[in-house]
Design a protein around this ligand. Structure first.
Ligand code: PHB
Length: 382
């Protein structure tokens, strides 16, 4: 029996296999409202055997978006759009978590939703990310210097409200987007967090924001709360020296492992050059072996928090990670492979080739282009 196809208890649910679909922000909402095109996309992947689907990154407020058509979860129309998606996924026998997102300093004052929000681009500190990639703002505006967020608890409240809305929509759980240089990561990283209050400085202080978020959302979702982290940094100008990286993420994982209510899982992204950036001739990320470095910070026995890995992992490696006999890795999230293979889990189970190429030019859609293209038109083989 393949280790990948053994059921797994996660919080209050049981998933039928260890093959997750990672959040893949594809920009197919209308404004911020989830659409039937998105419903079709998720339904295809639920039918394709996904053990657990994590949604596109879902914005918790208009403020903190770099996107034109990323979905949100702060009003009733969004709840109704998501409910249709959740019901379709459940109808096909799969489970679905909402990934909650705030982009912090990598939003832009000219992003459509940020304009509507009527507030500045907030971040832990007034430190700009280098680079910039605003797909829907003409020209190449680059990142701005953000405004220091006066009171992080206001954003904790936004996440909690989004979680309440996720509950109304019927989601099975919440995954925090704590990776890839967005707001949560910006608080953790000393290169973007120079605060002098209790949310900055020491490792304990930089981890405070995310631990407060976890507590607030667990009030709503109990044991069905998870987080994704990318300790290697890179993307969105994120990263610390190696010893500080290990001290920061090691501390956070040890705190998570000891929470009164455990998280359902932690997903750690491995180093992946695809999510690193080159700055001044060097790669920004802090390359290290994520599994070997951090697995020892989960000290509880039996392990209270399941560990998933993600990023650039091939199916045969996935089987090795999960079936190594040590029990360190409970499951794997695949990303791009799910875009091009709506039946990815079924293909892996049936030993069918994973051979559809992803059309990167159609990944994000574009105004005036049929949103199904490069999204709902990949063919199933099983
Ligand atoms: C992206 O903008 O391509 C993107 C969004 C969210 C991520 C990673 C990449 O976590």
């Amino acid at each position: 029996m393949s280790a990948l196809f053994t059921p797994l208890k996660l919080g209050t649910i049981v998933i039928p296999n260890r093959i997750g679909m990672a959040a893949l922000t594809r920009n197919r909402a209308t404004g911020t409202i989830p659409t039937d095109v998105m419903r079709e996309h998720y339904l295809q992947r639920a039918q394709g055997g996904a053990g657990l689907i994590v949604t596109d990154a879902v914005l918790v407020s208009r403020q903190g978006t770099e996107w034109q058509d990323a979905p949100g979860l702060w009003d009733q129309a969004q709840v109704e759009g998501w409910k249709k998606i959740v019901d379709a996924v459940h109808g096909a026998g799969s489970k679905i978590y909402a990934q909650l997102w705030h982009t912090g300093r990598v939003s832009h004052p000219e992003a459509p939703q940020q304009i509507l929000a009527g507030v500045p681009v907030y971040a832990p500190s007034a430190i700009s990310a280098r680079g910039g990639k605003f797909r829907f703002i003409p020209g190449a505006p680059g990142y701005v210097t953000p405004t220091e967020l006066p009171d992080p608890k206001t954003v904790v409240a936004l996440f909690k409200e989004a979680a309440v809305n996720a509950k109304k929509a019927g989601f099975d759980g919440i995954e925090f987007h704590g990776a890839n240089g967005y707001l949560i990561h910006q608080f953790l990283d000393s290169s973007s967090n120079h605060r002098t209050d209790e949310y900055g400085g020491s490792v304990e202080n930089r981890a405070r924001f995310v631990l407060e978020l976890i507590a607030a959302v667990q009030d709503v979702f109990g044991p069905d709360v998870a987080i994704k982290l990318s300790p290697c940094g890179g993307y969105n100008d994120m990263g610390m020296p190696l010893s500080e990286t290990i001290a920061t993420f090691g501390y956070l994982l040890a705190q998570i492992d000891a929470l009164p209510t455990p998280l359902s899982y932690v997903c750690l992204a491995l180093y992946n050059p695809y999510l690193d950036i080159e700055l001044e001739g060097t790669m920004r990320g802090t390359t290290h072996d994520v599994l070997q470095t951090y697995k020892g910070y989960f000290k509880s026995k039996p392990r209270r928090t399941k560990l998933f890995l993600n990023s650039g992992i091939q199916p045969d490696q996935a089987e090795t990670f999960v079936g190594d006999g040590e029990g360190d890795v409970a499951g794997i999230f695949f990303g791009l492979a799910w875009i091009a293979h709506p039946d990815l889990a079924k293909r892996i189970q049936a030993n069918k080739p994973i051979d559809n190429a992803v059309d990167l030019t159609k990944l994000y859609g574009a105004p005036g282009v049929d949103p199904n293209l490069g999204y709902n038109d990949y063919k199933a083989a099983v």
